[in-house]
Write a protein that binds this ligand. Structure first.
Ligand code: HEC
Ligand code: HEC
Length: 439
């Protein structure tokens, strides 16, 4: 009989099983060692992580504490501002632990300075204005110097035309013919015009004026409206007329590299100052002139705002306000006239006085007190002035006071682009000064 298969195979299987078992034990031992090492590593890692988490937690708690302190400080500063009537010029609250110098700029302060407008329209406030509105505002605020059609009065800048002159020896560079970006016009006008009354235009007025200037340049139709949305799409006539001159031997290349900071002067001294002489610009030139800044009388720009008032005059005004009554009583007339002469700096951009004074953008004012209204021959007065001349009306002190306080309400339609003198002391003084001048 043959052995059953199991009798032949089992021993062999048993042997194999034994060998496998041995192998498993050996492997198991190795595996166990590895397992332990891994576990040990994991324990280290976990405790490291726990340590880190604890540190992070502490740092976060500290930061929360700091932020809370900061918030409390800001709240306290805000409360102080409210308590002092939101007076932005009040001295800064002293910061504990810092040097006590200055304070962070307020959002409102940054916004007031941050007015620049870029070619792509960034920085523009929302708003709109059309050509028709622009024409009105321009006639009211700009035409006395720049002409009804932006053609320029006398030597004041022309803002329109000149398109075929850019290649000439004496090109007429206007907003229309020359300026590559519309944003320059918006930015410049909103910052600095009307001359002497900068900062008084609203955003909508500025959009309207810019639309009107484009219209005067035949760049848009009469029904054009300019707004913050279509602004950046407007392509100026001379937009491709400017290139970067990057020739290596010129400025551009020089200013691209690191500035030289060697052999610097030890001391900086101001020897000259650029002073605005308040005059009609000379033929073909600008009226910004270099001038020695010695005299107190010279007008200069101040941080307080656009101003033709010399620093010296400001100080006198402030004193006069403090001691208004006694100063007025003690005044022997000469002081008043001197004060008036200073006030007249505001008028001198447009009016000349003194011997041989000529008409400028306003008529000469010699002997104005007692003079017929609109009576200077050769000056082109507005309709309301021509009407007053026909009626034979005369400038007495009362009429002058009312006119100079609010030119546009006293003479409706006048082309004198001047908002008026706010202070009674200024009015009295300037009239006394004008009265002191001969014919
Ligand atoms: C009292 C006179 C006067 C009035 C009013 C006036 N401007 Fe001007 N404007 C000037 C003078 C002066 C300059 C040149 C300033 C300079 O070069 O520093 C000028 C320059 C400009 C320029 C730049 C011209 C150029 O090519 O460089 C523009 C644009 C302008 N004015 C627009 C206006 C607008 C718009 C108004 C009305 C809102 C206005 N101006 C009202 C006197 C005036
Ligand atoms: C932006 C230019 C400008 C400024 C600034 C200005 N005026 Fe005038 N003024 C004129 C013009 C233009 C007229 C003519 C008004 C008209 O025809 O409507 C005029 C008219 C006058 C008249 C009437 C003259 C006459 O013959 O009847 C007096 C007076 C006068 N101005 C005084 C002053 C005084 C004072 C100041 C300063 C406080 C001043 N103006 C500031 C432009 C100006």
């Amino acid at each position: 009989m043959s052995k059953p298969l199991s009798q032949i195979f089992l021993p062999a299987i048993g042997g194999t099983a034994l060998m496998l078992a041995v192998a498993v034990v050996v492997a198991e031992r190795n595996y166990g060692d590895n397992q332990i090492a891994t576990l040990e590593r994991q324990v280290v890692q976990v405790s490291e992580r726990a340590e880190k988490a604890r540190a992070t937690g502490q740092a976060e708690a500290a930061r929360v504490g700091e932020l809370e302190a900061e918030i409390a400080e800001i709240q306290a500063a805000a409360a102080l501002r409210v308590a002092t009537g939101s007076n932005l010029t009040a001295p800064a609250p002293e910061a504990e632990g810092a040097y006590g110098l200055g304070r962070a700029a307020l959002v409102e302060e940054i916004a007031a300075w941050d007015v620049d407008v870029l070619p792509d329209g960034r920085g523009l406030p929302e708003g709109k204005g059309d050509v028709w509105t622009g024409e009105e505002v321009f006639a009211d605020r700009c035409a006395s110097c720049h002409g009804d059609f932006a053609e320029g009065v006398d030597n004041w800048p022309v803002l329109a035309g000149g398109f075929d002159t850019l290649g000439d020896e004496d090109p007429v560079k206007t907003v229309g013919s020359y300026w590559p970006h519309l944003s320059t016009a918006w930015d410049y006008i909103s910052r600095s015009m009307p001359f002497g009354e900068a900062g008084t235009l609203t955003a909508d007025e500025t959009y309207a004026i810019v639309a009107y200037i484009l219209y005067s340049n035949d760049l848009v139709d009469e029904d054009f409206e300019l707004n913050h949305e279509n602004f950046a799409d407007f392509n100026m006539y001379n937009m491709d007329g400017f290139v970067i001159d990057d020739r290596p031997d010129l400025e551009y290349a020089a200013w691209r590299s690191e500035p030289c900071m060697e052999n610097c002067k030890d001391e900086v001294k101001i020897t000259m100052r650029s002073v605005f002489l308040v005059e009609t610009p000379p033929e073909g030139g600008s009226n910004s002139v270099m001038n020695h800044a010695a005299g107190e009388e010279l007008p200069s720009f101040t941080a307080a705002g656009p101003s033709f008032i010399p620093e010296g005059a400001k100080a006198t005004q402030a004193v006069a306000q403090d001691t208004a009554a006694p100063a007025a009583l003690a005044d022997d007339g000469a002081d008043l006239i001197a004060d008036g002469q200073k006030v007249f700096k505001k008028c001198a951009a447009c009016h000349k006085v003194g011997e041989g004074a000529k008409n400028a953008s306003g008529p000469q004012l010699n002997g104005i007190v007692g003079r017929t209204i609109g009576g200077v021959e050769g000056f082109k007065y507005s309709k309301v002035f021509q009407a007053a001349l026909e009626e034979g009306r005369v400038w007495d002190e009362a009429a002058l006071t009312e006119f100079l306080a609010k030119p546009k309400s006293y003479m409706k339609g006048t082309k004198m682009a001047f908002s008026g003198l706010k202070k009674e002391t200024d009015l009295t003084a300037v009239i006394a000064y004008l009265a002191s001048l001969g014919e």
